[in-house]
Design a protein around this ligand. Sequence first.
Ligand code: NCD
Length: 313
Amino acid sequence: MPRRHILRAQQFDMELLKTIFRRADQFAIWNEVPWMKETVRERCRGRVQVSLFYQPSTRTRISFGIAAHRLGIHVEPTENAREFSSAIKGESLEDTIRVLNAYEVDLIVLRHYEEGAAQRAAAVSSCPIINAGDGPGQHPTQALLDLYTIRQSHFEIDGITVVIGGDLTRGRTARSLAYLLSKYKDVRIIFVAPPELRMGSDVLDHLKEHGIAFAEHDVLEDVAPDADVVYWTRTQTEHPLDGIDDNALQARYCIDEHIIDIMKSDAIVMHPLPRNSEISTAIDGNLRAVYFRQAGNGVPVRMAAIEWTLGLL
Ligand code: NCD
């Protein structure tokens, strides 16, 4: 069987998406199906997952760790690989992957500060690589859990209108989500960002090629009433861009009670988290603010994704 890496959102086809989501549905009710635990853990016994994180992470690292733990997989974590691994001694990513391969690990979950790092790792790896974020590139498992969350609320993804907004130049979750949405029929995407932080032309070209209708706007208020989903992201202040005042931008792009009021009654607000001030805490209690449930979906979806990479799904 060829190695099953997860590197970018474009790689998934509809059949695989359905398989992963159905499996995640089972894992979401894990505690109610005790017999399933034993079967699943029996198949994973003795396997080892290395979490190799060269960039900060809370949700992705911990949810991948919990997902592996629930499957009965041992996790070996390096949470600040940039400083605490041999990278500081000048070891290349490729060599680190070769060493982990020599230890016969079963899976490497990699977060790296450079776009394309996961592809580089996969090119030399004898075990599957999961891209857990490669700089401003992509974050495909986040897109899986984002789509899973949309599916929970709207049931059908075909035909929905999704507003994706915030920092679309540096935000990898928005990019992966747009790629994944392009698999569905009659989806409409409205990108909302200041002109300085628009969505990259690679994503827009992909949408054109796949016949996905999209538009670009500066002001959320104008398009919020049309949305079935508002997917909001923070300004990526840790990657400064020349001539951009991140704080001023952030202040202009805030979802608050007024925005919720003008949205459709069944529309949802999503965010990959962490948030700063771009989503007011005043809306946290609103049933349509689903970002904490969205984060929770990271565990069952990543359990399914891990099983797939290991050839168990
Ligand atoms: C995102 C990331 O790392 O790209 N976080 C996450 O994994 N949920 C979003 C972000 O950092 O803004």
